[in-house]
Design a protein. Structure first.
Length: 255
C-alpha cells in the first residue's frame, strides 16, 4: 500500500456541536479504546451531531502522554476523568448519553452503574480476555512491560493503515483493564437505561459471545444487539463503520 493511499486522520480530542436550530438539549460522552484515540468514536459522534446531539470525545486519561504515562495510569484515574467529563456535560444538558468502544465501553458500563445517564452505546466490549492472557500476565509483565503492537484488529486494510494509536501496549494497563472487568461484570444487572450493544463478527480481541452475554445480563427494557458481519474489533472505523454510526445514532436520537 502506497503512502498516497493512506489518508491521515485527526486523532485529537473533539467537542462537536450541532447547529442551534437542530440542537435537542442532549449530549454524548464518547470514549475510545485502550492505546487508541478519539478517532475511534468520531464517526458515531458525527452521526449524533446530525441528529442534534452534542458529542464530546476526550482522550482517556493517560493516553496523551505516551505508553509510559499510560502504564502508570490506574483504572481509578480513567474513571475519575471520564466521570468529570460526564458531570461537565450534565451541567449543560438535560440528557446525557455514553458511547464507548472496547475499554471505552467498559468505562461507559461502569459509569452507567454509578452515575446518572439516559442512554448507552457500547461497541466491542471485552468482558473476558482470551486465555492465557489473564493467567500469564502477572509473570510476563515483569520481564516485558510493553508489547509492541502489530496491525490493528481492523479488516479494512485502508482503515487499518491509517488507524492512529500508541505504538505499544503497556501490560500494566492490560492488568488495569482486567481489574475493571471484575468490577463491571457482577453489576451488569444494575444497568436499566436504554442500551445499544454492537460487536464485530470477526473481532479477534474481544469475543463476540461477550456481546451476547452483555445484552442478556443488562436489565434494560429497551436494548438492542447488532453484530457487524464484516468487521473486526475496531468496528467503528471498519467496513461496517457507516452502518454502525447511523444505527447507534438513530437509537440514541429516538430517546
Amino acid at each position: 500500500m502506497s503512502e498516497e493511499e493512506v489518508v491521515r486522520v485527526d486523532a485529537s480530542a473533539f467537542d462537536l456541536q450541532p447547529d442551534p436550530e437542530r440542537a435537542t438539549g442532549a449530549a454524548a460522552l464518547c470514549l475510545h479504546g485502550l492505546t487508541g484515540t478519539p478517532w475511534e468514536v468520531r464517526s458515531i459522534a458525527e452521526a449524533l451531531v446530525e441528529r442534534g446531539i452534542r458529542a464530546r470525545g476526550p482522550h482517556v486519561a493517560g493516553h496523551e502522554g505516551g505508553v509510559r504515562q499510560l502504564a502508570s495510569t490506574s483504572r481509578e484515574t480513567w474513571l475519575e476523568q471520564a466521570r468529570a467529563d460526564l458531570e461537565a456535560l450534565r451541567r449543560e444538558h438535560e440528557r446525557v448519553y455514553l458511547v464507548g468502544i472496547s475499554l471505552g465501553g467498559l468505562l461507559s458500563l461502569r459509569l452507567a452503574q454509578t452515575a446518572s445517564v439516559e442512554g448507552l452505546v457500547v461497541v466491542g466490549v471485552p468482558l473476558v480476555l482470551r486465555a492465557p492472557i489473564p493467567q500469564l500476565l502477572p509473570l510476563v509483565r515483569r520481564v516485558m512491560p510493553f508489547q509492541r503492537k502489530r496491525r490493528s484488529d481492523i479488516r479494512d486494510p485502508l482503515a487499518g493503515a491509517r488507524h492512529p494509536g500508541l505504538p505499544a501496549m503497556p501490560l500494566a494497563a492490560v492488568a488495569q483493564l482486567i481489574a475493571l472487568q471484575a468490577e463491571v461484570i457482577p453489576r451488569l444487572g444494575t444497568i436499566e437505561i436504554p442500551a445499544f450493544v454492537a460487536h464485530g463478527r470477526f473481532d479477534r480481541t474481544a469475543l463476540p459471545r461477550d456481546a451476547l452475554r452483555l445484552h442478556t445480563e443488562l436489565a434494560s427494557r429497551d436494548k438492542e444487539l447488532l453484530f457487524l458481519e464484516r468487521s473486526g474489533h475496531v468496528a467503528t472505523v471498519d467496513y461496517d463503520g457507516p452502518v454502525l454510526a447511523r444505527t447507534a445514532a438513530d437509537f440514541l436520537g429516538r430517546l
